[in-house]
Design a protein around this ligand. Structure first.
Ligand SMILES: Cc1cc2nc3c(=O)[nH]c(=O)nc-3n(C[C@H](O)[C@H](O)[C@H](O)COP(=O)(O)OP(=O)(O)OC[C@H]3O[C@@H](n4cnc5c(N)ncnc54)[C@H](O)[C@@H]3O)c2cc1C
Length: 176
């Protein structure tokens, strides 16, 4: 199978959104999933870990390549440990502190910090990336609507998961 490259994204507001509910997608993937046998996920945040667990449960051989020294830096130690236990049980290989150099037709080439270049065979590669704040809309509204109170809440102003999003929202509501 030729190497496939995936970039994680959310399903947009398509008219048939009802049909692509997580439960339906999960069920469909038991029958068919266009992902090769050996999968490398580039990135090791929470989304990457959940994807790795999911793919491993579907019989894929999964590896994670993370540039930082830690996986899932956005969650606390308890949850991180739970994920690490599951990844361990599912046989997912995790490499931290690595620089991905290139993706070839059948492998990902990476270099561990202080080490030499290595090759990881892969049929599919997923670029999981990281969540970056983007205050562009907020900044525009502040400029375009002088004198109006504008609040930024949630991921757009920095990563903090649902807790931060709800807290930001509550603070904004209370300040009105
Ligand atoms: C796979 C995955 C697993 C996660 N697991 C957890 C978890 O276990 N625990 C946890 O705490 N957090 C988790 N998170 C993170 C959590 O979902 C987010 O931190 C949280 O949803 C942020 O809330 P938000 O309101 O800032 O953004 P969102 O929930 O993303 O809401 C933004 C909304 O704005 C809409 N929107 C965007 N642009 C526009 C526009 N121009 N006009 C109109 N509408 C627009 C979007 O469609 C969306 O509905 C997970 C995230 C992912 C992707």
């Amino acid at each position: 199978m030729p190497l496939t490259l995936w970039v994680t994204c959310r399903v947009g507001a398509a008219p048939d959104r009802r049909l692509v509910r997580p439960g339906a997608v999960r069920l469909a993937t038991r029958a068919w999933m266009p992902v090769g046998r050996r999968v490398t996920i580039v990135g090791g945040d929470l989304v990457a870990l959940e994807l790795a667990e999911f793919l491993a449960r579907r019989g894929r051989f999964v590896s994670i390549l993370e540039a930082g020294r830690d996986i899932a830096p956005e969650v606390g130690n308890k949850r991180k440990t739970e994920h690490m236990d599951r990844l361990d049980r599912l046989g997912v290989t995790v490499h931290v502190r690595v620089a991905v150099e290139r993706i070839t037709t059948d492998a990902v080439v990476f270099t561990p910090v202080g080490g030499t270049s290595r090759e990881l065979a892969a049929d599919s590669v997923v670029l999981a990336g990281t969540v970056e704040p983007d205050t562009a809309l907020f900044d525009t509204l502040v400029v375009e609507m002088p004198g109006t109170e504008v609040h930024a809440a949630g991921d757009c102003s920095g990563l903090g998961l649902i807790r931060k999003a709800t807290e930001d929202g509550a603070r904004a509501a209370c300040s009105i």
